[in-house]
Ligand binder design. Sequence first.
Ligand code: URA
Ligand code: SF4
Length: 193
Amino acid sequence: MTTLEELKQKVEECKKCGLYKTRKKVVFGSGDEKSKIMFIGEAPGRNEDEQGEPFVGRAGQFLNQLLKEANLKREEIYITNILKCRPPNNRDPTEEEIKMCSPYLDKQLTIIRPKVIITLGNYSTKYILKKFGKTPESISRIHGEVYHVKNLLFDMKIIPSYHPAAALYNPNMKQVIINDFKKIKKEIGDDKR
Ligand code: URA
Ligand code: SF4
């Protein structure tokens, strides 16, 4: 079976969609690969593209604050995105890009086997809910809800959240997201590995 490190090396050479032409660095994902808790964002932004690490820019700073609310440390979770390369000017991911890149996320899921997935924003929420046979609805309706998945490979919870960047554009959103992360804390308990 492929290890996460082998997969990372493969993704760093990927040219399956057009984003390879404009990326500086592939952002594969980081954190504790033995963690039971996985966060899935959308795509790298400018800072992530430069550093090759997920959520290191302004949205990442707010995410760090949110993790504190949930009594989590960055090194206790695994964090990645649907797209591993930055879309130019941070435009939305296209369907084609998601189709090309999501098999890598699927592989990460089968290697890490999380017990809790927190999806950040509409794109990862839709992708993950659909993948696990749930009806994808708008994030404004389902943020903070807990979906249970039980099948041959997975026995876990999926908790959709707004994307942390949403609070940067709309300050009213901040408290809504903080409240969701308080809920996430309850759902996770002390069972992090
Ligand atoms: N936004 C994301 O969705 N992912 C990142 O890694 C950074 C910002
Ligand atoms: Fe490959 Fe994904 Fe990057 Fe596209 S976004 S080049 S599919 S790693």
